[in-house]
Design a protein around this ligand. Structure first.
Ligand code: HXC
Length: 286
């Protein structure tokens, strides 16, 4: 059953704002990233989603393509973000088949629940490699194309671009590392690294017209993250403790994505947009 637009996007956005643009997304078959890409495709973009599992990635690509008649969505499976050569090849194929890379979502992530004394050195390395090195590899593989895209939209450096956007990166992070989070030392370290990388990229690439931002989702319903990290029975209690009183939806992450990638986000660079219903503020001390 194809998803209805209200399930993945608020009706406030204008159709066609991403016409003739291409979004490249790692982890694109996952619940959060597929919603981000689906919303972009609905609003005019073509897309290339990258994943490790071939069947899951290709099936998701076909499904996302139903968001808009005529949409082209390429699903490239068997790509591990830890392998730079595989990502480089995927980026080249995206440009060859879809013509450009205007937007990048670095969304591939790895996680499990375990206390630090039960995480082997290899397990810690696996998560750091997927999250940090994988995000780095993603940016490295796509940056030359983002620079080309951004150059099409620059004006005189004094005024905002007026003819649409391109040359934009969103890293998908988390809020775990703002406080100490038990059973999540590996991911906390990794996501702190991702946030730091986003800021360096913003400063280094800003002069080329590129923006680099982070979306930090809180607990989002019906996602692999929540399925892996919390037991069903505890979820009502968690929801009540969130200031907004509920889990977030993938649509709310998609809306944040559209904001940052659209003209509305032109002057936002090196920022972390937390989308968590206020949850992390409840863990602040003092
Ligand atoms: C302890 C574990 C473990 C567990 C795996 N390992 N699961 N250690 N507790 N539950 C250890 C293994 O024993 C091994 O160490 C090492 O991790 C690597 O495992 P492999 O299976 O060989 O590696 P790999 O296939 O690369 O898998 C990587 C992974 C896995 C991260 C371990 O979980 C994965 O592929 N995840 C991808 C999908 C995913 O996690 N999605 C959720 C993202 S949600 P040894 O020493 O035995 O060799 C998310 C949200 C974050 O990121 C924010 C939430 C709020």
């Amino acid at each position: 059953m194809p998803l209805e637009p209200y399930q993945y996007l608020s009706p406030v956005w204008k159709d066609g704002i991403f016409n003739n643009k291409v979004v490249f997304c790692t982890g694109g078959a996952g619940s959060i990233c597929s919603a981000q890409v689906r919303a972009m495709v609905h609003l005019g973009a073509n897309a290339c989603i990258i994943g490790r599992n071939v069947e899951k990635t290709e099936t998701m690509a076909a499904d996302i393509a139903t968001a808009r008649p005529g949409a082209k969505v390429l699903g490239i499976g068997a790509v591990d973000v830890r392998k730079p050569e595989a990502l480089n090849a995927a980026a080249e194929r995206c440009v060859k088949e879809l013509g450009a890379i205007d937007f990048v979502i670095a969304g591939a992530a790895g996680n499990f629940l375990a206390p630090m004394d039960q995480i082997s050195s290899n397990a810690m390395k696996s998560v750091l490699d997927i999250d940090v090195l994988g995000s780095y590899n993603t940016v490295k593989a796509t940056l030359p194309h983002l620079i080309i895209s951004a150059s099409k939209h620059r004006t005189d450096g004094k005024n905002p671009p007026t003819n649409g956007t391109g040359g934009r990166i969103i890293f998908v992070s988390a809020t775990l590392h703002y406080t100490g989070t038990p059973m999540q030392s590996h991911v906390s370290v990794a996501k702190a690294g991702v946030d730091a990388m986003a800021m360096s990229v913003a400063i280094e690439q800003g002069p080329r017209g590129i923006t680099s931002n982070v979306i930090a989702p809180g607990p989002i319903a019906d996602t692999e993250g929540v399925a892996r990290l919390s037991k069903k029975e505890g979820r009502d209690k968690t929801a009540k403790a969130i200031p907004s009183g509920r889990y977030g939806t993938v649509k709310e992450i998609a809306d944040a994505t559209i904001y940052l990638f659209s003209d509305s986000g032109n002057y936002v660079n090196g920022e972390i947009l937390v989308v968590d219903g206020g949850q992390w503020h409840t863990s602040k001390v003092g």
